[in-house]
Design a protein around this ligand. Structure first.
Ligand code: SF4
Length: 282
């Protein structure tokens, strides 16, 4: 769930009275250069895996060129420009990050010819879990020692709390159990997270248990309830002026809705003005 209800409502809430849940979430343009690099790395990685799956090997210069072209294309597409040195440093850093991803313990076997069974997914592939379309596909699934390891890649560290993140990762298990070809019992799965932490990839295992899986479903349902509630609120107040603003001003810094937002000149003052309006109308 977005850390700013107003931003979420502008981006996702439709005014037709229902959540647009059966389609892939709309893709919004990257807000910052770092956001653009993250998306480009993810897209390049997906291409890399698709070729690796077909045993097409990328040379180091080919991988570098593919990433650099993808960054240039993405910059042109959204008409973004940054100083030349900044651009070149971003490309170098991203290329290093992608190359070191192949060397991490969880994914290295894919590049050394083992294991025989593995699959990769686009996160925009949804599964219906209890009537809700959930976008929780693992990035990679690897079959090893009679179990599937579902791998979540995080190209940047997320803001959600550690427990919230672990429960979110477990949605991958629900996703897999609802896919044809995957086992339907939870003990057939392991969950691994490979996360970029500043300068290196860090890997950890998430415990899978019946109880934690139920908690992850609870978290998902809670998020859906909040979204439905915000949806109704947005419909009741199409100006969106009464919707809660961001919890922290950091969220506003890279927000593309800022020019038309009451918080454009400061989050705290906008919140105070909002409180005064609510008190007056009550
Ligand atoms: S500028 Fe801040 S308060 Fe306004 S929509 Fe964006 S994140 Fe929310």
């Amino acid at each position: 769930m977005n850390a700013c209800p107003r931003a979420w409502a502008i981006t996702y809430a439709t005014l037709s009275g229902h959540l647009n849940s059966s389609k892939a979430p709309p893709s919004t343009p990257p807000r910052t250069f770092d956001d653009l690099l993250t998306r480009t790395m993810r897209a390049t990685w997906l291409k890399r895996l698709a070729d690796q799956y077909q045993r097409k090997i990328w040379s180091i210069p080919y991988g570098k060129q593919t990433l650099e072209n993808a960054v240039d294309d993405a910059m042109g597409l959204v008409n973004m420009s940054v100083p030349h040195l900044h651009l070149e440093m971003g490309k170098v850093r991203s290329n290093k990050q992608l190359r070191s991803l192949e060397q991490c313990q969880t994914l290295r076997p894919l590049f050394t010819g083992q294991p025989r069974r593995w699959a990769y997914f686009d996160r925009r592939t949804s599964a219906n879990i209890g009537g809700v379309e959930v976008y929780a596909a693992p990035d990679v699934a690897i079959f090893h020692q009679h179990r599937w390891t579902l791998v979540r890649l995080q190209f940047r560290s997320p803001r959600r709390s550690l427990l919230g993140q672990q429960l979110e990762h477990l949605l991958m298990v629900h996703w897999a159990m609802n896919q044809p070809g995957f086992p339907r019992n939870f003990d057939a799965y392991r969950v691994r997270v490979v996360r970029w932490q500043g300068r290196a990839w860090q890997e950890h295992t998430v415990q899978v248990s019946n109880e934690l899986l139920e908690q992850s479903l609870g978290l998902m349902n809670h998020d859906v309830q909040e979204m439905t509630w915000l949806q109704r609120w947005a419909n009741a107040d199409p100006s969106l002026n009464s919707l809660p603003l961001a919890t922290h001003h950091e969220q506003c810094q890279s927000c593309r809705h800022r020019p038309g937002c009451p918080a454009k000149d400061g989050l705290n003052s906008a919140k105070r003005a909002q409180e005064r309006t609510v008190l007056r109308t009550n």
